[in-house]
Ligand binder design. Structure first.
Ligand code: GLV
Length: 324
């Protein structure tokens, strides 16, 4: 039977193509901006959709499910799915899937390592200085940076992405330490990594701390006013996971008071809003949630998100079902 699919924002065309090839009718939000929840609800009320291909910026909760009782699956164009009320979906028998592309860990790990170098080598600061015409010749003590090789890299969360970051840091000659809910012996062997049972135990020992946990009630404000003070004053924090994992106000204060040396952030607690203090500081490097924004990754994500929907309607459990 013909299926109607709604895609909440333009993504690589391969998704639409795969769905159309199956004979599905596909509507794509034509606007170059996010749909508010109210707008999404009003669209879903106008037509009997069977599936929604959503983004991490769409809040999918009880109100959305109630407005669209014909929708049987939400396939999220993201690795994370903290934007979706899974329990409510399960209670209603609605399938939820995500799209962790095979290349995502690589891409996010490269970004985290890129942020580390940008901070340590003060690249964005130096770039701003040079463009402003302030470079008047070589100065021995200009923009002194921090060492990277031989330093200690702390990974918080060693799933697919954190594990890849750890491997990259190890390959560069850094000492790797990590924390996770349980020990990761494979990582310990691969990266000669040392395990710390808690974040608070890891923090005083790292020169760079990189966050790779999903956003859960237990990881909200995992980094907070109290434990930022456990970090070395020379240390940097890097976040490519989810903004609310760090208490952003506390981070801004810690940076202002030089409790830590700097922060490289790709995600924000109240995205797309960013604490204005963080934007003013030279000790931050800020990117607009683009850690996985490689062409290949974005295409793989589109294929997976579409395939989830196809599998579901062809009677298979989607490979990336998250609430089955
Ligand atoms: C991006 O943040 C993702 O979850 O894919």
């Amino acid at each position: 039977m013909q299926k109607n699919v709604y895609i909440t924002r333009k993504i690589p065309e391969v998704a639409e193509k795969m769905l159309r090839e199956k004979g599905y009718e596909v509507d794509v939000n034509p606007k170059p901006k996010d749909l508010s929840k109210g707008k999404l609800i009003s669209i879903l009320k106008k037509k009997q959709y069977d599936a929604v291909l959503s983004l991490l910026t769409n809040k999918i909760d009880k109100e959305v499910y109630e407005a669209a009782p014909s929708v049987k699956i939400f396939s999220n164009y993201a690795t994370g799915f903290d934007n979706i009320d899974l329990a409510e979906a399960k209670a209603r028998g609605i399938a939820i899937a995500n799209s962790p592309a095979p290349k995502t860990p690589e891409s996010v790990a490269e970004h985290a390592i890129g942020l580390m170098f940008a901070l340590a080598k003060r690249i964005p600061e130096g770039d701003r200085f040079t463009r402003a015409g302030k470079y008047k010749g070589w100065v021995p003590l200009l923009f002194l940076g921090s060492d990277v090789l031989g330093q200690t890299f702390g990974v918080v969360g060693t799933g697919r992405i954190g594990g890849r970051v750890a491997e990259m840091a190890h390959a560069m000659g850094m000492k790797v330490i990590y924390t996770d809910v349980k020990r990761n012996e494979e990582l310990e062997q691969k990266c000669e990594a040392e395990y710390f049972k808690t974040v608070d135990e890891l923090l005083p020992n790292a020169d760079f701390v990189s966050l790779h946990v999903p956003l859960l009630p237990s990881t909200k404000h995992l980094i907070n006013e109290k434990n930022l003070r456990l970090m070395k004053p020379t240390a940097f924090i890097i976040n490519t996971s989810r903004g609310p994992v760090i208490d952003e106000g506390a981070l801004a204060l810690a940076l202002e008071q030089k409790v830590i040396a700097g922060a490289g952030l790709d995600v924000y607690e109240f995205e797309p809003k960013i604490n204005p203090a963080l934007k003013k500081m030279e000790s931050t490097v800020l990117t607009p949630h683009i850690a996985s924004a490689d062409t290949l990754v974005r295409n793989q994500m589109a294929e997976i998100a579409a395939q989830n929907i196809i599998d579901f309607f062809e009677g298979r459990t989607p490979k990336y079902a998250v609430n089955s």
